[in-house]
Design a protein around this ligand. Structure first.
Ligand code: 1HN
Length: 365
């Protein structure tokens, strides 16, 4: 991987070392470095300040994917490969600072998945958790651990770690959603397993709506115990999220940095809905401009409704419905909405919080 190449330098090369040592004295040390390398020993002082940086140094850069430009490629992919052959017909959103690594940020994956009427994406399971954020289409379902949910635009749907899941489109139009996955975190720890289901679809054993009835209405079955760290609600429907934001905006002042920003929570413990990816929905009223904000979690923004622009680390991006953009770790960013804008966001903040890494900095309002 690329990140390793900056650490494991050729012992005889001065290129790229962080100059915390006297470079003029380095030639006299080269023989020592060469002999040490043969014993699999390397001098920390040549790499120290690249290993422990004085601030976040993401390779991930600010970037935007405009849906109007991307959508034709999804359609073209449908002519070239079936959902079944692909297993998942997904175009990966590759951060330009991390080419060829299937990363939208250093820790997270994003892709756009398309499934045509009548198609099935066959059942499998893996350690990586997935979130689906629905972009367009109706009457397609995902089935997770024996229960189906029909997906609608703006819905946030969870596939927990190691649960069987398949998708199918029973409608008459293509269905597109954003897939957010945490496999880079899983792979950092070398903890990945996957398995294909012997049949195309995993059998259903619960009616549609069961999870919502058990956990989606501020009520939980009295004696239920929960082993998973993932929310038992697996579809957070847009209808209710949108209504909530709408009502909030009528009586709450917009926060200078976040406007109206709500986090999706796990009703069992009040924490984040997923153990590896934090998720939010944000409403920025027409004409509102947020104050510059930075945090150590690189974030992925998906515009649901509205238009506006963002400044991210000194670059400007205009956006509209279904566009997807990224703010890297510690890059100051601010948004301005030219019409009421609703934005879905995910990041690795929940992981950083658990590890006591997470920090934020709010510019003065
Ligand atoms: C996956 O299993 C899905 O289940 C989508 O729909 C995207 C990207 C990488 C690895 C597994 C899915 C994926 C994925």
């Amino acid at each position: 991987m690329k990140s390793d190449s900056s650490v494991h330098r050729e012992a005889g090369s001065l290129a790229g070392i962080v100059p915390s040592v006297n470079l003029a004295a380095e030639p006299g040390r080269m023989d020592f470095y060469e002999r040490a390398r043969a014993l699999r020993l390397a001098p920390l002082w040549r790499v120290l300040h690249g290993l422990v940086t004085d601030r976040p140094a993401p390779r991930c850069v600010p970037a935007i994917w405009r849906y109007a430009e991307v959508r034709p490629y999804l359609m073209e992919a449908c002519k070239l490969i079936s959902a079944e052959e692909a297993e998942r017909r997904v175009m990966v959103l590759e951060n330009p600072g991390l080419p060829g690594e299937s990363r939208i940020t250093q820790s997270l994956f994003a892709g756009l998945q398309i499934i045509l009427p009548g198609e099935i994406a066959p059942a499998h399971k893996h350690v990586a958790s997935a979130l689906r954020f629905i972009i367009e289409g109706r009457n397609a379902y995902t089935a997770v651990a024996g229960e189906r949910t029909m997906m609608e635009p703006g819905d946030f749907v969870i596939t927990p770690s190691m649960t069987w899941h398949d998708h199918g489109n029973e409608g008459d139009a293509p269905m597109v959603w954003l897939d957010g996955l945490d496999m880079h975190i899983v792979n950092l720890m070398c903890a990945s397993f996957r398995e294909g289901y012997p049949g195309r679809v995993h059998p259903l054993d619960r009616p549609e709506g069961a999870a919502a009835a058990e956990a989606g209405h501020n009520l939980l079955p009295v004696d239920a115990s929960y082993a998973s760290q993932t929310s038992p609600i697996f579809n957070y429907p847009y209808r209710r999220t949108r209504e909530t934001l709408d009502q909030l905006a009528r009586f709450r002042a917009a926060d200078p940095w976040h406007a109206h920003k709500m986090k999706y929570i796990n009703p069992v413990n009040g924490g984040w809905a997923m153990p590896t990816m934090s998720t939010w929905m944000q409403l920025i009223p027409k004409g509102f401009e947020t104050t510059a904000y930075r945090s150590t979690d690189s974030a992925i923004f998906t515009v649901v409704e509205g238009t506006g622009s963002s400044r991210i680390g000194g670059e400007s991006f205009d956006w509209g419905p279904h566009d997807i953009f990224v703010a890297p770790s510690w890059a100051a960013h601010q948004h301005r909405a030219s019409s009421d804008a609703v934005i879905f966001i995910y990041s690795d903040r929940v992981v950083q919080e658990k590890l006591d890494f997470w920090r934020e900095l709010k510019s003065p309002a």
